[in-house]
Design a protein around this ligand. Structure first.
Ligand code: CS2
Length: 490
C-alpha cells in the first residue's frame, strides 16, 4: 500500500496529516528546486498557513532536471512524510502543501504556464548556490556560463533557473499581469539582492526594455533560511514506511530547529508566514551573516576536516572533543567579532544551540554531502569572515585551517590513499590543478588560490591569508587532519 490521499484515513493516529480540505486550496507559489530542504522548511510552514485557512498558497514544486522527486511524489498525490528527529525520538507528519510536481526539462511549457498563471504570486527557489549561474566571488551573473549562453540564445526554451524566471516574467508582462515576487531560499549572501542582480542583468541582455521592467518591477526579498536536512536514506524510507503502515517513497528527515527570517517586500501579497513561525524583518543581513558564518562556515570546516579524519557524519566529527573545541573556538574568537547583531540577539545561546544541533545523533548528516560544491560555498561561509578579520588586523588561524581542509580535500586523495568523490561545478579545474601540483602544499595552495572566482584577487596577494593557509595545508599533508586539529584545539 502506498501513501496517497485515499489512504490518509488509514494512517495510525499518532501520524499528523493535513488538517484542511486539500481540494479547497489553490496554487499561489511555484517552487524551483523541490529537494529535501524545501519540503522540510518552507513547505511545512506553508502547510500551517493552509491549515489556518489561507487557501491561496499551495505549492507547485519543480525540479529543473531530475525526474526522481516527481516520480516518487506524483503517485502519492504529492504527499510525503516529514520526520522530525532527535535523541528524544521521532515525530511524523504527512504534508499536503505540495500540489504539483514538475520536471522542467521534460515539460517546460507546463512549468512556465504555472509560473505565468494569474494566481501565482511568489516563485521561491532552492536551487543551491551553483543554480544562480553567478560568479561566487563577485555575486554577478556569469555571462560565460554554458546554461546562460544557451538561455540567452533560446529565451523561450530555458535550462537555468534564471532563464525560467525571465521567461515566465516575460509571459506575464505580455499578458498584462503583475510580476511574481522572487523569493530566494538558498545560502547566498544577501540572497535576494544576489538573485536580483543576476536576473536584472540577464533580462537586460535579452532586451533593454524588458530589462528595465524587471529592474523596476520585480521584488526579490532576501531571506535567511535554517534547518538541517540531510539527504534521505533507504534506511529512513524503510523505517518511516513501517511506522506509517504504508510506503512513502520519499520522506524527509530533519531536526526540531527551524528558522526563517524574511524581508517583508511582497508587492503581490504573501501568506502570513509569521503565524507559521517565520520572522519578518526590514533587513536580514545581520541574520544572514550570523547563520552563514557560524553555521555554514562551521559546517564546511567540519565537512572537510571531519571527512579527512575518517568521520562519516557531522555528529561523529563533533563527538571528537578536539574537533568540537576547535569549532567552538573558531566561532567565539574568529567569527563572532565580525557579526553586528541587533540589540537583544543572543549569540551565545545561538552558538550553544548550534553545537547541540551538530551533535544530534539521530541525523546522519554526511560530511561528504556538505563537502559538495565547495567552490560555490567558501566565499560566503569563510572568505567573507576572513576578509573582515584581515581588515581589522585580526588573526584567522582556525578559519584558514578550514580553507586548508578544503584544499587537502580537493587534492582528490584521502589520508589512506583512496580517491575522494569530489562533486563541484569546478571539479574538472580542481582536478587539473591538483594533478599538476601533486601532494605538495607549497605548490597546491597557491595554484588553488589563483582561482579568482573563489578567492578574488585580494586574498592570494595577502601573506596574512596565504601564510596560515599554507601552514595548515602543510600540517594536513604531514600529520593528517586528526593530529592537526588536536594540536590547534588546545
Ligand atoms: C549545509 C547546509 O549542505 C550544506 O552545505 O551546510 O545545507 C545546512 O545544513 C543548512 O544551511 C542548515 O540550515
Amino acid at each position: 500500500m502506498r501513501l496517497s490521499r485515499a489512504q490518509l484515513g488509514l494512517l495510525p493516529p499518532r501520524i499528523g496529516r493535513p488538517a484542511y480540505d486539500l481540494d479547497k486550496t489553490r496554487i499561489g507559489i511555484v517552487h524551483l528546486g523541490i529537494g529535501a530542504f524545501h519540503r522540510a522548511h518552507q513547505a511545512m510552514m506553508i502547510e500551517d498557513c493552509l491549515a489556518r485557512g489561507e487557501t491561496g498558497w499551495a505549492i507547485a514544486g519543480a525540479s529543473l532536471r531530475s525526474p526522481d522527486t516527481r516520480d516518487a511524489l506524483e503517485p502519492q498525490d504529492n504527499l510525503y512524510t516529514l520526520s522530525v528527529r532527535s535523541a528524544a525520538g521521532e515525530d511524523l507528519r504527512v504534508i499536503g502543501a505540495v500540489r504539483e510536481s514538475h520536471v522542467a526539462r521534460e515539460n517546460p511549457a507546463a512549468l512556465l504556464a504555472r509560473m505565468a498563471a494569474p494566481d501565482t504570486k511568489i516563485v521561491s527557489l532552492t536551487v543551491t548556490e551553483k543554480g544562480y549561474c553567478h560568479d561566487p566571488a563577485t555575486g554577478t551573473l556569469n555571462e560565460a556560463h554554458p546554461d546562460i549562453l544557451h538561455d540567452l540564445a533560446h529565451p523561450d526554451a530555458p535550462r537555468s533557473a534564471i532563464g525560467y524566471l525571465a521567461r515566465a516574467l516575460r509571459l506575464r508582462r505580455v499578458a498584462g499581469l503583475a510580476p511574481f515576487t522572487v523569493l530566494c531560499c538558498d545560502n547566498l549572501p544577501s540572497n535576494g539582492r544576489t538573485v536580483k542582480r543576476v536576473i536584472d542583468r540577464f533580462a537586460a541582455l535579452i532586451d533593454k526594455d524588458f530589462g528595465a521592467w524587471v529592474a523596476g518591477e520585480v521584488a526579490c526579498p532576501s531571506s535567511m533560511v535554517d534547518r538541517i536536512v540531510p539527504a534521505t536514506t533507504d534506511e529512513d524510507r524503510a523505517r518511516i514506511s513501517a511506522l506509517l503502515g504504508m510506503e512513502d517513497r520519499w520522506p524527509v528527515v530533519t531536526e526540531p530547529f527551524l528558522q526563517w527570517v524574511i524581508e517583508d517586500r511582497f508587492p503581490q501579497g504573501r501568506p502570513d508566514l509569521a503565524a507559521s513561525g517565520a520572522e519578518m524583518a526590514a533587513d536580514v543581513t545581520p541574520f544572514e551573516h550570523m547563520k552563514l558564518r557560524l553555521l555554514n562556515g562551521s559546517h564546511s570546516t567540519i565537512a572537510y576536516l571531519g571527512y579527512l579524519a575518517g568521520y562519516e557524519t557531522v555528529s561523529d566529527t563533533v563527538a571528537d572533543p578536539d574537533f568540537a573545541r576547535l569549532i567552538r573556538a573558531m566561532m567565539d574568537d574568529e567569527i563572532t567579532p565580525t557579526l553586528h547583531m541587533p540589540a537583544g540577539a543572543n549569540l551565545a545561546g545561538y552558538k550553544d544551540a548550534l553545537m547541540a544541533r551538530f551533535a544530534n545523533p539521530a541525523l546522519r548528516h554526511r560530511t561528504w554531502q556538505i563537502a559538495m560544491d565547495g567552490s560555490q560555498k567558501l566565499p560566503q561561509r569563510l572568505l567573507g569572515t576572513i576578509r573582515d578579520r584581515l581588515a581589522k588586523g585580526a588573526p584567522i588561524d582556525r578559519l584558514a585551517l578550514g580553507i586548508a581542509g578544503w584544499m587537502r580535500y580537493v587534492s582528490g586523495t584521502d589520508e589512506k590513499g583512496a580517491a575522494i568523490d569530489i562533486r563541484d561545478p569546478l571539479a574538472e579545474k580542481l582536478a587539473t590543478v591538483a594533478a599538476n601540483a601533486g601532494p605538495a602544499a607549497e605548490r597546491l595552495a597557491p595554484a588553488l588560490m589563483d582561482i579568482a572566482e573563489i578567492f578574488g584577487t585580494d586574498l592570494p596577494a595577502d601573506p596574512r591569508f596565504t601564510n596560515p593557509v599554507l601552514a595548515g595545508l602543510e600540517s594536513l599533508f604531514a600529520k593528517g587532519a586528526k593530529q592537526t586539529v588536536a594540536a590547534r584545539a588546545r
